[in-house]
Design a protein around this ligand. Structure first.
Ligand code: FMN
Length: 337
C-alpha cells in the first residue's frame, strides 16, 4: 500500500517536472563528479550565494534553478557516486537500505565535488524528502563536506509528496554542527509546487534577501530566530527605535508567561526604548508588541482589540506563531538570524 502511494506521489512529481519544461539553465554534473556552474560567482549586495541540490526526478532541481535565477548565483548538483538503478522498485530498495545504513553511521559516498567553498558566505541546500528524511545523496554529501561548510549560513529547501521538512532539518544540524542552519526553511509539496515562484520569492524575503538577489543587509539585520521546544521559527522586527533596541539585546533567553490566554509575555530589563515610535495597535496572531504602561513585551497568539498603549515592534513570519501555541509558560531563545 505504501509502495503504491509512493509510486503515485513520485509519478506526480515526474509529471510536474515534465510539465514545467526546461528553463534554459545549464548546470554541469556527471555521475560521480560535479562541478559548479555559474557565470557569476559573486552575487551583488556583498553576500556570495551557492545553491547545492540533489534531485532524482527534477522537482528539487526546478526549485534550485528558481533560486539561482532570482539570485544570479552559482549552482551545484550533487549526484551519488554510484548512479541509481532505472528500475523504480530497485531504486526504492536502495534508498531504504542507505537510510538504514545511515542510522548505523555509514553514509553513502558522495561524488567528487570540485568547488572552492571559501568563495561563498551562504549556501542553499535542497533535496527531496525520502521516507521522511533528507534524501541519502545529500546526507552523504553533507557528511563528507561538513568541514567545508563550517561557519557558513545554510538555508534548507526540500520537496516532497506531502511529508514535512523538520526531520531533515535535524539531520542537517547534526551533519553540519559548525554551520549556522537557518530556521527559515522552504518546503514545497505536490500541492504547493505549482506556486514555486511566489513561494521562493517570499522565502528569500524572509531570509532578508530581495528578489533581485541583492542581499538586503538592512532587512537581514531585523531578522530574528525564535526557538521554543526544539522548534525554530523566524520573525521580522520593525525598523524603529524599539525594534532596533530589541535586536541589540540578542541573543536573549527568557521565559514567556501566558497572559489573557492570548499572549506570551516577558519583561526586558531595562525596558525597551520607544522614543519616537508610533503607538496604537490591534494585534493579530504573530504580532510582537510592547505594552507601554508595564514595559513588557507581548507575543500575541490570538487577535486582541486595539489599544493605544500597544506598540508593535515585530511579527513572527508565516504561521510560525504555532510554536508558542502551548499552555502556560514557555522557555524561548531569541537570536539574530
Ligand atoms: C525513495 C523515495 C522516497 C520518498 N519518500 C517520501 C516521503 O516519505 N514522503 C513524501 O511526501 N514523499 C516522498 N517521496 C516523494 C518525493 O519526496 C517527491 O516526489 C520529491 O518532490 C522528489 O524530488 P525530486 O524530483 O527532486 O527527486 C519519496 C520519493 C522517493 C523516490
Amino acid at each position: 500500500m505504501k509502495k503504491l502511494l509512493l509510486g503515485s506521489l513520485v509519478f506526480f512529481a515526474v509529471s510536474m517536472a515534465a510539465c514545467m519544461g526546461a528553463d534554459g539553465d545549464t548546470s554541469r554534473s556527471v555521475s560521480g563528479q560535479t562541478a559548479v556552474d555559474g557565470s557569476d560567482t559573486t552575487s551583488t549586495g556583498g553576500s556570495r550565494y551557492l545553491v547545492i541540490y540533489a534531485s532524482r526526478s527534477g522537482n528539487t532541481e526546478r526549485v534550485a534553478r528558481q533560486i539561482r535565477t532570482m539570485l544570479g548565483c552559482d549552482i551545484l548538483e550533487i549526484e551519488p557516486a554510484a548512479p541509481y538503478n532505472d528500475n523504480y522498485d530497485a531504486m526504492l530498495a536502495r534508498a531504504r537500505e542507505e537510510l538504514a545504513s545511515i542510522r548505523q553511521g555509514n553514509y553513502p559516498q558522495a561524488g567528487t565535488v570540485e568547488t572552492d567553498f571559501d568563495r561563498y558566505d551562504m549556501v542553499f541546500i535542497g533535496y527531496p524528502i525520502w521516507y521522511g528524511s533528507m534524501a541519502t545523496p545529500m546526507q552523504g554529501f553533507l557528511h563528507e563536506y561538513a568541514s567545508k561548510l563550517a561557519g557558513k549560513r545554510i538555508a534548507l529547501f526540500a520537496t516532497s509528496g506531502s511529508s514535512g521538512i523538520s526531520t531533515s532539518v535535524g539531520e542537517a544540524e547534526r551533519l553540519c554542527p559548525d554551520a549556522d542552519v537557518l530556521g527559515a526553511t522552504l518546503l514545497l509539496t505536490s500541492a504547493t509546487l505549482p506556486h514555486m515562484s511566489s513561494r521562493v520569492g517570499e522565502w528569500l524575503e524572509r531570509l532578508g534577501i530581495d528578489r533581485d538577489g541583492n542581499g538586503s543587509e538592512e532587512s537581514a539585520q531585523l531578522k530574528v530566530r525564535i526557538t521554543a521546544g526544539g522548534r525554530s521559527v523566524t520573525a521580522t522586527m520593525e525598523d524603529n527605535t524599539a525594534g532596533r533596541d530589541f535586536m541589540s539585546r540578542l541573543p536573549m533567553e527568557v521565559t514567556l508567561s501566558d497572559y489573557n490566554n492570548a499572549e506570551k509575555i516577558f519583561y526586558p530589563a531595562p525596558v525597551l526604548s520607544v522614543e519616537g515610535v508610533e503607538r496604537g495597535c490591534a494585534p493579530i496572531p504573530g504580532d510582537i508588541a510592547i505594552y507601554a504602561p508595564w514595559g513588557n513585551v507581548a507575543v500575541f497568539y490570538k487577535s486582541w482589540s486595539h489599544s493605544n498603549d500597544l506598540i508593535k515592534i515585530g511579527h513572527i513570519d508565516g504561521d510560525g506563531i504555532g510554536v508558542l501555541s502551548v499552555e502556560g509558560s514557555v522557555g524561548v531563545k531569541f537570536e539574530k538570524l
